[in-house]
Ligand binder design. Structure first.
Ligand code: ADP
Ligand code: MG
Length: 841
């Protein structure tokens, strides 16, 4: 133990000295460079980025401290600093002399302290084992069952099946979800804690012991050295049987003194210096020996695993079948690949599993992401083309007489904004045509999309057709139904509500009225499309908050053979590129102004310690006759998360803090009639404070509510918070939103600040996308894209654009993909996978 301690101390001081030398080295170089530049520029006392040459030099010399510098040198340097203060006013010969002297001193320093360049990184000779593996292609094919691969037994087949992997091709398309990069080779001196890396070094000493505190833990320590420094490696053995002296001695003997090893791992750093814990190690016969390991010094793929499937095993199996990737046919012709500088498919698959280096990994990703985009775009564009061929009812407007729409607009207590009017006009011209409209209306929360939708639905009715208005939640469907009931009876237009909780008898009557055409407008949840609802003459379908539906749900209607016009609406706007990628089959229009008279919702961030202040603020609002929301992420307490829940807070507020006010509770687990009752009470002011989960996110429209407190705001996405906040500020009174941040981190605070500073839904969702990435914000479900491709959307817009262009080009010359058979097969396959995936969600 004593020896160990000494050794540690020695290593420490060695490292410390290394660091000091390094610092001095950097400093000397910096000054040398400045002096050279000044001399080259004719001693004009040039101005650098921040200051003049002389003040830079004088400051650097005064500030730099190093224990390596002797008193004598220190004194000399002080003199130099002084001389440089006078530099600007000195004559040229004096300037020149000063610079020569300074250079000489620096040169002396660099010699004296043996400032050395860190030697270039070591080299590793790695084998390309594929040469032997190639014979796998003689007895296996790309669609052979995985069970036929050497080393894969029934057990493993079951594991693969759990991951939806059945044939070799599936495995090749099972892309890594991440990588560990051991490909950078380094000298010990330049190792940085936290990095993964590879070194080549010589064993100086090895020893092993069983932890005195834990007999189950035995440790082998190797002390390595290269020409630049030393480092310790610890290998851990867990289990009693490893504590045997004989076992540990044997381990030591595997690494005798003087042996050369290659080591890959994560560099740790603590007060005892740098080390590797349980790295990958291979003993090399000599420095240039060929490495046997297939992991050391490489970029290792990390796969999604399942119980019973070990990372190493999976890596080996994938590795063994990679040669078969060469048999994959490439759906893209050579000239396309060349013009877009894309790798060929087989090579891309090979590099994604076993990247030669970071550059190849990037190339491989680019190619595979391109394919994902291409198939998605092909599918969307193709559907658009096909849709264009379908016949839709032409909902023609008779401008001569006043229609339902005009009457409705007259009834409204306000005029449409310009933006609303423009979008409505656009919709009207779309639905007047005999090809089906597919339009997405994006507009910030509160911009008034509902009235536009109603106006459009009434156009359908006045030209003799029916309309359907679909919402993602019962609450919202109910709200829309109430809104419609406010206006339609006055126009003698019939409207009904159909949701999962509509009673059977009622349902039957509605079905009958829809199919005989007596019922003109139906509002509901996706019960509308999933059940065997048949319409007499369905002319227009409006899908509200379409981001809440999956890509495929909105197309269910079309698959049922219906070709009404389709209007979709969302308050979660997304940037153009992203919109193109996931709504490539839709035309997009925007309502980009809010109705007049709205004051921005004053938004405030509060730490949880100030929560009581938020409740005080609620009281103030209630006392002047307003209403308030308190929003929480959970219904009731959860074992895993220490969060305040809606039920807890409801009890707390109603029995204590706000006991003299009328408090209500609303959450998604309530029965829908119960929900309905609560919302009605809130609308009628029988409830003053509504404690709720995010079920209020869409659909509750109570202009008297002017205050919202969102607890655990850090648990929500920005776009969602913005949408929630949009529940207040619906009237003309000033409104307020308090976000309680319980995360206690700067990152969370900064993120939530975005809402304090911005009220623009587009801006907010763009920031949200940048912060959380589209995978988090949109999810596979909405976008139809795998996370892997999604991740690239924000970073690599150009690839999406080129995929889209390519898809357009292909379909233009070959709309049914008759000449591109392979592409057609792969496209069908792709969409099948997409549909099963989205259904599974
Ligand atoms: P969203 O676009 O978020 O769905 P809504 O359609 O629910 O917004 O409208 C929000 C509120 O604004 C409703 O109370 C609606 O009656 C009102 N509103 C809509 N258009 C106008 C307008 N042009 N002028 C004034 N108020 C309007
Ligand atoms: Mg809405």
């Amino acid at each position: 133990m004593v020896e160990q301690y000494k050794d540690r101390k020695k290593q420490n001081s060695l490292e410390l000295r290394d660091q000091q030398i390094n610092a001095l080295n950097n400093w000397v170089r910096l000054l040398q460079k400045a002096l050279t530049v000044e001399a080259e520029n004719g001693f004009k006392n040039i101005h650098g980025r921040a200051e003049h040459f002389n003040s830079f030099l004088s400051r650097e010399i005064k500030e730099f401290k190093s224990p390596l510098l002797s008193n004598e040198i220190d004194k000399k340097l002080t003199l130099f600093a002084k001389s440089f203060d006078d530099y600007p006013t000195s004559d040229l010969p004096i300037k020149r002399r000063l610079i020569i002297d300074a250079r000489q001193l620096l040169y002396r320093l660099s010699k004296e302290y043996q400032i050395k360049d860190i030697p270039s990184p070591p080299k590793l000779r790695m084998s390309d084992s594929q040469s032997t593996a190639n014979d796998i292609r003689q007895h296996l094919r790309i669609d052979s069952p995985l069970g036929e691969v050497k080393g894969v037994g029934t057990k493993m087949c079951e594991c693969f099946a759990a991951l939806n992997l059945f044939v070799i091709k599936d495995l090749l398309f099972h892309y890594p979800r991440d990588y560990v990069d051991y490909s950078s080779l380094k000298r010990i001196f330049s190792l940085v804690p936290g990095e993964t890396t590879t070194i080549i070094a010589t064993i100086r000493r090895s020893n092993s012991y069983t932890s005195p505190r834990n007999q189950n833990l035995s440790i082998l320590e190797l002390h390595l050295e290269d020409m630049t420094g030393r480092i310790k490696i610890s290998k851990f053995f867990i289990g009693r049987r490893f504590s045997k002296r004989s076992f540990l001695k044997k381990q030591e003997s595997l690494y005798p003194k003087g042996t050369i090893v290659a080591v890959s791992g994560l560099v740790k750093g603590n007060s005892y210096g740098k080390s590797f814990n349980d790295p990958l190690i291979e003993v090399l016969e000599h420095k240039q020996a060929l490495l046997k390991s297939q992991t050391i010094g490489r970029i290792l793929p990390i796969y999604q695993l399942t119980d019973g499937l070990k990372a190493d095993r999976l890596r080996q199996i994938v590795h063994s079948v990679i040669p078969l990737a060469l048999d994959l046919e490439d759906p893209l012709p050579v000239n396309t690949r060349e013009s877009l500088s894309l790798l060929d498919k087989g090579e891309a698959i090979k590099q994604i599993h076993r990247p030669r280096n970071q550059e190849y990994l990037k190339k491989a990703k680019r190619r595979l992401v391109f394919d994902e985009f291409l198939f998605l775009q092909l599918g969307l564009l193709k559907r658009r083309l096909e849709l264009g061929k379908c016949k839709a009812p032409s909902l023609f407007i008779n401008k001569e007489r006043e229609g339902f729409t005009e009457q409705f607009l007259k009834l409204l207590p306000f005029a449409l904004t310009n933006s609303q009017q423009q979008v409505l006009t656009q919709i009207e011209s779309d639905i007047a045509m005999s090809k089906p409209m597919s339009r997405l209306v994006q507009g910030d929360v509160g911009c008034g999309k509902t009235v536009v939708a109603i106006a459009a639905l009434l156009r359908a009715v006045e030209s003799g057709w029916q309309g359907a208005f679909m919402a993602p939640t019962e609450v919202l469907a109910q709200q829309h139904y109430l809104t419609l009931c406010k206006w339609l009876p006055q126009l003698h237009v019939t409207v009904e509500l159909l949701t999962g909780s509509t009673a059977a008898k009622e349902r039957k009557r509605i079905f009958a009225d829809l199919s005989n055409g007596n019922l003109k407008i139906i509002v509901g949840t996706h019960a509308l499309i999933e059940e065997s609802v048949s319409f007499r003459r369905l002319g227009l379908v409006v899908v509200d908050e379409q981001h809440r539906f999956g890509v495929n749900q909105r197309n269910l209607l079309l698959n049922k053979g219906l070709h009404p016009h389709l209007l979709t609406m969302t308050a979660t706007p997304i940037p153009r590129t992203l919109a193109l990628s996931i709504h490539g089959d839709l035309d997009v229009s925007q309502i980009n102004e809010l109705p007049p008279g709205r004051t921005p919702i004053e938004t405030q961030l509060m730490p949880s310690s100030e929560r009581y202040q938020a409740y005080e603020a609620i009281k103030e609002q209630l006392d002047i006759g307003s209403q308030a929301y308190v929003v929480l992420p959970l219904v009731d307490e959860s074992e895993k998360l220490e969060l305040r829940s809606a039920i807890d807070v409801y009890h707390e507020l109603s029995s204590e803090i706000l006991s003299e006010y009328k408090v209500g509770l609303l959450h998604g687990r309530m029965h829908s009639s119960e929900k309905k009752g609560i919302i009605n009470k809130f609308v009628n002011k029988e409830i003053e404070v509504l404690v709720s989960t995010t079920v209020v996110e869409v659909g509750v429209d109570v202009p008297e509510a002017t205050m919202m407190v969102i607890d655990h705001a850090d648990r929500f996405g920005l776009a969602q918070l913005h949408q929630l906040r949009g529940r207040v500020g619906r009237g003309t009174k000033d409104s307020k939103c308090i976000l309680i941040d319980t995360a206690k981190s700067l990152a969370s605070k900064n993120r939530l600040e975005v809402l304090v500073n911005s009220h623009d839904g587009f801006e907010i969702s763009e920031i949200d996308l940048r912060l959380r990435g589209p995978g988090q914000v949109l999810g596979t479900r909405q976008s139809g894209l795998p996370d892997f491709a999604l991740a690239n959307l924000v970073n690599d817009e150009t690839i999406l654009e080129s995929a889209r262009e390519e898809a357009e080009k292909i379909l233009k010359s070959d709309p049914d993909l008759i000449q591109n058979k392979l592409l057609k097969i792969m496209l069908d396959d792709y969409w099948n996978r997409l549909v099963t995936k989205t259904q599974l969600n």
